[in-house]
Design a protein. Structure first.
Lengths: 331, 259, 352
């Protein structure tokens, strides 16, 4: 017979309940009693349930090593530390070099050179605009890709993510062929609405949106897939319609994915060069964003180029640090 | 995004990498396919020399077995920057004398080997009826120029100043090829490019001549790098470019004789 | 406020076909083994799973009718649901959670909060109104979930195993609290549970679901005196046998005979139930009146309260209830043979 149960009976404490399929072994004869007297003591008495018995044997506390591991003293697999160190060095050395070789002396002059502020302002306007467009159109797309099993969904997802792997200049040419003056859609925009997109700030914003939106879509789709849909069921049973549920329940639950996707999207838009210059051109004040300004500065004045690069670096760092609580929420 | 076909996509990536590796090896093998080890002459040349120099390179290689000419075409400024940062090359050909000056002590005595001048590029058939530089000031036209930081842009500025024309371009492209692209795609109505660009674009562009007294003559210098690996081959290539045959090839592509 | 439901749908390997009627302000307890379809049925009533065929009406208002093509979406059904994991919105405070339903149905902010606070007082948690769900204990979370579901005055309350996440100590008190709330609730209630005590005390009608079909429905008394399925018998700790009645005895599947009171009150296919306390164990062949005696071996001993249940295998497996004293004096733990004796009058027989 199950020895645990026997001990429980002998001690007079509650034992684990018998479950279907629980079979005891053969006759358990021959085992000596462990508690002297055992049942004889309690025979005839009402056995009250013990106040708080020691934890049942099946829930033994985790051994010390695994507890420590949960707390973060992870021991990395062999070789991970040196490999990771190489990665850190590789990724940070160029940035360090930028700081070390920066022409700190001529910095003020370079920063206030004509066109720098305009380029900076344009970069911020276009990248934030690209983020806004990506959120407005990308989040619903991510939701549909995650939730609605429509025909051709996988194909649509592959197509929508294509700009991520397309060389940016190719993307720019494709945009021209679609939305340029003679483009498939562009010619209608021109003749019907008098709207031309190339060579405009809006065009630059659209070029940045083209390359950056997929990053938002893929991150948010993953976040929506990962969330517990039963919260939305609960909201529905409480009377919330689809919009209310999305606004008050879904969005807060996917907020980390949204923030991460948004940061990726914005950073990508900020650094975009090839598609912007191909589709929107380069005109200081209207389409010359920072990456373009840096590239041109590099032609004749490398020091100025470094200075401008530092400005972009500082802004990006500020945003990423500001969002670190979303990237790495402390639990 | 879910990955229901995790194993399949891993296999696909693996196959792709294997294919790439094969291609790379094959390329490497081809380089030695000639039996004896051929020397590689590395030539850095301005983007506007792409078509002409490619043809010169083919002819030179055919005439000089044992030497293969490889090219790096880019904006003259980019080339000089790369060289200053230590990129290895044997011969440098730029689109203006200023870039060669910036290269300075990296090169031997430069020699002028060709000239170029500007033209106005328009759509085939000249639908907007542009006659010359003066028309570029028309408000209804979208005009594209190269950025003043690159030689073609600087020359265009000079030419427009000489002609007394004030233009509001819609874009300042980072290379003259960008100007060519915008006009040939129909995004811009006109641009200022080199005559060689018009020649190279064939049917995609028409060129409107610019009067000589407004035009700017660009001088293309050529020099061997001081620290080059094949001095004899470099000198031979430079001689070839300056030879009647080489000059003819350049003329075929629209270049002018060196001023 | 009555519920009439005919639910037919298929989900995976489950084929659900259930007819249910609950009179006004009744509490129906839904019982059954895992994967019987209880949660699916609850979700279908809530409108979270569409019916393939069937009809659901609440107080004569049709919520869903497949033949007429009518389907009220979940958010417009006058229901309240307490889910198995409570599903309190983690990013909202307790008060906001409880007020959510009111706000969703159009109540103004201040009024909704006031009503929510009232509900929290009713469940005794008004002091936790500004806490976040993760700061609550299991029992507190359950009460908040109940308050949230009741805040909108639903006409149908659905509870999916509302106490299963509790440990034994908290459960009894929470069960009493739940019982009070359900009794006070004017609408119709459906509670899913695994626990026999909850089943007996919370519901005035029990419905047993197995593999998508109702195998038994009735009051707790009916079920406990006349179980009609292995599941219910196991739940209540009764010995249940199935067989054919002839004049004087019941022939069980397997050939063994059980002698019941004379004459056998039913005929044809019957169930025979023997409560464990009616089963006596002896070390030697008993003399005297018991008419059902056979040999067996004690396989296992369970302690339940202050009795011991002995699981006896042998010619006819049976569970006997004995005192600890009897276990000791008869040394029932040594695995040797025993004699099982059941008086004929203790064998309850009824039609299957």
């Amino acid at each position: 017979m199950n020895s645990r149960r026997r001990q429980a009976v002998e001690r007079g404490t509650g034992g684990p309940p018998l479950r279907d399929g629980d079979h005891t072994g053969g006759p358990a004869g021959g085992r000596s009693r462990e508690t002297a007297g055992g049942l004889a003591v309690v025979a005839g008495d009402a056995i009250a349930p013990p106040p708080r018995p020691e934890p049942p044997p099946w829930s033994a506390p985790a051994p010390a090593t695994t507890r420590a591991a949960r707390r973060g003293d992870e021991r990395a697999p062999l070789g991970f530390v040196p490999l990771a160190a190489v990665a850190v060095a590789f990724l940070t050395l160029p940035l360090v070099a930028l700081l070390v070789r920066a022409p700190w002396g001529s910095l003020p002059g370079d920063l206030t050179a004509p066109g720098v502020l305009a380029a900076l302002r344009l970069s911020l306007i276009c990248s934030v605009g690209a983020l806004g467009l990506s959120l407005l159109f990308g989040v619903p797309l991510a939701w549909l890709l995650a939730r609605v099993p429509f025909r051709g969904r996988n194909l649509v997802r592959a197509l929508v993510l294509l700009p991520m792997v397309l060389p940016p200049v190719v993307g720019g040419v494709a945009l021209l062929l679609a939305f340029g003056r003679n483009g498939i859609a562009g010619q209608w925009l021109d003749s019907l609405a008098g709207v031309t997109l190339p060579f405009t700030t809006l065009g630059a914003m659209l070029a940045e949106t083209f390359v950056a939106m997929p990053f938002l879509v893929i991150t948010v789709e993953a976040g929506i897939r990962a969330m517990d849909r039963r919260y939305e069921d609960a909201a529905a049973t409480l009377g919330a319609g689809r919009w209310r549920t999305f606004r008050l329940v879904t969005l807060p639950l996917i907020a980390p994915a949204l923030a991460a996707g948004g940061a990726l999207c914005w950073a990508r838009a900020l650094g975009e060069f090839g598609a912007t210059i191909t589709f929107a051109g380069n005109l200081p004040g209207s389409t010359q964003t920072m990456p373009l300004a840096v590239y041109l500065a590099l032609q004749n004045n490398p020091d100025a180029a470094i200075t401008l690069s530092l400005v972009m670096l500082a802004i990006s760092l500020a945003v990423l640090v500001g969002l670190r609580s979303h990237w790495f929420p402390s639990r | 995004m879910t990955r229901p076909t995790g194993r399949r996509s891993l296999a696909a990536v693996g196959t792709l990498l294997a294919a790439l590796a094969l291609v790379v090896c094959a390329c490497g093998a081809n380089a030695d396919a000639g039996g004896e080890r051929s020397r590689e002459l590395s030539v850095f040349a301005a983007a506007s020399l792409t078509d002409a120099f490619t043809q010169l390179g083919d002819r030179f290689t055919a005439a000089h077995p044992g030497v293969t000419v490889t090219f790096n075409f880019a904006g003259s400024n980019d080339l000089v920057t790369q060289l200053r940062q230590g990129a290895p090359a044997d011969v440098l050909a730029t689109a203006d004398t200023r870039s060669m000056e910036v290269a300075g002590d990296l090169v031997d005595e430069p020699l002028a080997f060709a000239g170029n001048k500007l033209a106005v590029a328009v759509a085939p058939g000249n639908p907007e009826g542009i006659g010359g530089l003066a028309d570029l000031a028309r408000a209804d036209l979208k005009v594209v120029l190269a950025a003043p930081e690159v030689p073609a842009g600087k020359y265009a500025e000079e030419a427009l100043a000489k002609a007394g024309v004030s233009v509001a371009p819609v874009s300042l492209e980072v290379s003259v090829k960008g100007v060519v692209t915008k006009v040939s795609l129909g995004e811009a109505d006109a641009g200022v490019v080199y005559v060689t660009d018009v020649a190279a674009a064939g049917e995609k562009l028409d060129g409107i001549a610019i009067a000589d007294d407004h035009n700017v003559l660009a001088t293309y210098p050529l020099a061997a790098l001081v620290a080059n690996a094949h001095p004899d081959d470099a000198r031979a290539f430079i001689d070839f470019v300056l030879s009647p045959e080489g000059q003819q090839v350049l003329a075929d592509h629209g270049f002018l004789p060196a001023p | 406020m009555s519920l009439e439901a005919a639910v037919g749908l298929r989900k995976g390997t489950l084929d659900l076909d259930v007819r249910l009627e609950v009179r006004s302000s009744g509490v129906v307890v839904l019982l059954g083994p895992n994967a019987a379809g209880k949660t699916t049925l609850l979700r279908a009533l809530a409108g979270l799973v569409p019916l393939e065929r069937g009809r659901v009406t609440l107080d004569d208002a049709v919520l869903e009718d497949t033949t007429a093509g009518v389907r009220t979406p979940t958010e417009r059904r006058p229901i309240g649901v307490v889910f198995q994991d409570y599903l309190l919105f983690p990013h909202m405070t307790v008060l906001e959670n409880v007020a959510f339903g009111l706000r969703a149905r159009g109540t103004g902010r201040a009024l909704a909060r006031a009503r929510a606070l009232e509900m929290l007082e009713r469940v005794g948690l008004s002091d936790r109104a500004s806490a976040k769900p993760r700061a609550l204990s299991g029992g507190q979370a359950q009460r908040v979930a109940l308050a949230r579901a009741l805040a909108t005055d639903p006409r149908l309350l659905l509870l999916d195993e509302p106490l299963s996440a509790m440990d034994a100590g908290a459960r009894a008190e929470l069960r009493r609290g739940l019982s009070r709330h359900l009794a006070a609730f004017p609408g119709t209630c459906l509670v899913i549970t695994h626990d026999p005590i909850e089943a007996m005390t919370l519901g005035d009608q029990l419905v047993v679901l197995e593999a998508g079909r109702v195998v038994q429905a009735g009051t707790p008394e009916e079920l406990s005196s006349r179980p009609r399925s292995r599941y219910v018998a196991d739940l209540l700790g009764l010995n249940l046998y199935h067989g054919r009645a002839d004049e004087r005895s019941i022939v069980l599947t397997g050939g063994r005979r059980l002698i019941a009171a004379d004459p056998v009150p039913a005929s044809g296919e019957v169930f025979a139930v023997i409560p464990p306390r009616a089963v006596a164990l002896h070390r030697v062949l008993p003399e005297g009146s018991p008419r059902n005696v056979w040999k067996g071996v004690v396989e296992d001993l369970d302690v339940v309260g202050n009795h011991v249940r002995a699981h006896v295998s042998g010619e006819l497996p049976i569970i006997a209830e004995v005192t600890p004293g009897a276990v000791a004096s008869m040394r029932l733990d040594d695995g040797g043979p025993v004699f099982v004796a059941v008086k004929a009058v203790e064998v309850e027989v009824y039609e299957a």
